[in-house]
Design a protein. Sequence first.
Length: 186
Amino acid sequence: MILYISPGSPFARIIRVLARDRGHAFEEIEVPLRDPASSLLPYSPAGRVPTLRDGEDVLVEVPLILAHLGWLPADAPARGRLGRSLSFLDGIAVWNRDLRRPKGEQSLPFQAIERARAARTLDAMTPEDYDAFTPEGVALACALGYCERRHTVFRWREGRGTLAAWYDAAIARPAFQETTPPLSGI
């Protein structure tokens, strides 16, 4: 199996961490994003990572890859936690894209909505409900890691000591250390 990734993608990191935790080896191929000549486009015309190629089968998007690998949580509460983690991550990623636009093209009202949504989502989470070795826990830790290294304008740790301690413990293991994303200027 081949997993197409970008080192900065928190979505790809979710699959990469779970694979390492579970002893599942993929051939990881790093591909450029937003490049019309990317080698990813024949498999993922939208140019999104992670993209998993398993023989002739190609899957894009974290939940579909998790389902294909048999790693999607079976029970509704765990799937709900996974959905909350991925929704939080999606909102942060969209907010981050807006921040990368030229100043005159940014939307401050949009950013305010995403900031409020992110804070509201984290404040509603109970870290002890998230086992850091499950897909929902890994997704939450990858989302927070994205904030730490690539979306630093969101000071998620402020007032969230329990969540910060949970995150610090989660990322101490090798699977997270081996997939640490590069720093970004935002």
